[in-house]
Write a protein that binds this ligand. Structure first.
Ligand code: FPP
Length: 263
């Protein structure tokens, strides 16, 4: 009975954004190679708000809606993992009011979107240093993780208080401790071992990285994991980024020839 209800809910939510053309678009894209993991630097919320004479936080509020649309789009396509850069270790330098607003977003997303994520069988995770987050943010993350722990569909990761260099230093410290204590031979530390010491240990490496807003840089995001990713940039600001634009990025990905250094 519960299984039936869940299936019905997934069906219901799946209908919410699909039109006939959209269905065909998805069907065509599914015939090509899909990226297993898509990582996104969601940029341009502040500029979006400024251009409308609104406070920066209004841009983040609008950006949340895009998070919902793109999560649906990725899930409808059958992407295995979607990672969203939501708050960097550098973002603490922003005005207090903005930081407080951003820290409230996981709680808000929990209230507004948890049911749909569960119905879609999506597992929610977090990448980053949790200890430094306010307790209400940690609480929302914990609730997300618990409520979606047994889900077997797409893995939706929020990179929160995330910085790639910090992530690598943290991994290195763990490895050094194990070598010093004799638990680990130095020679056993290879690329695979190091990869497993990162927050992304059980995720495939991103095949595609998208950045919105016209900035063409990586900004300390998954420096190790993006080694062979295809990069896709758009001038569109994150709140204006649509499901169809996401499909365009996937379409472009399917035209790339990935050689991993070979000819
Ligand atoms: C970058 O735009 C965006 C962010 C720092 C935050 C993005 C977060 C969300 C869209 C919501 C995340 C949702 C959850 C549930 C955690 P910016 O402010 O740097 O824009 P600007 O470059 O135009 O100033």
């Amino acid at each position: 009975m519960i299984h039936w209800l869940k299936k019905w809910l997934v069906g219901y939510h799946r209908e919410t954004e699909k039109t006939g053309t959209d269905r065909e678009r998805i069907h065509t894209l599914q015939k090509g190679p899909l990226p297993r993991h898509v990582a996104i630097i969601m940029d341009g919320n502040g500029r979006w708000a400024k251009s409308r004479g609104m406070p920066r936080v209004a841009g983040h509020r609008a950006g949340m809606k895009t998070v919902r649309h793109i999560t649906r789009a990725a899930d409808d396509l059958g992407i295995e993992a979607l990672t969203l850069y939501s708050f960097s270790t550098e973002n603490w330098k922003r005005p207090k009011e903005e930081v407080n607003y951003l820290m409230g977003l996981p709680g808000e997303f929990l209230r507004t979107d948890l049911d749909e994520l569960v119905a879609r069988n999506i597992r929610v995770r977090m990448l980053g240093e949790e200890d430094q987050l306010p307790s209400h943010t940690r609480d929302a993350i914990m609730k997300f993780k618990e409520a979606t722990r047994d889900n077997t569909g797409m893995i939706l990761s929020f990179a929160l208080n995330y910085g790639s260099r910090a992530e690598m230093i943290r991994a290195m410290h763990g490895i050094i401790d194990d070598v010093i204590s004799g638990k680990l031979e130095k020679e056993a530390v290879d690329e695979e071992y190091f990869g497993r010491a990162l927050y992304t240990a059980d995720l495939p490496e991103p095949d595609l990285m998208i950045r919105t807003s016209g900035e063409v840089r990586i900004s300390n995001f998954m420096l190790w994991q993006l080694a062979y990713s295809e990069l896709w940039f758009t001038d569109v600001l994150w709140p204006d980024f649509t499901r169809e634009m996401f499909f365009e990025a996937i379409d472009d990905f399917q035209r790339r020839s990935r050689r991993y250094g070979a000819v």
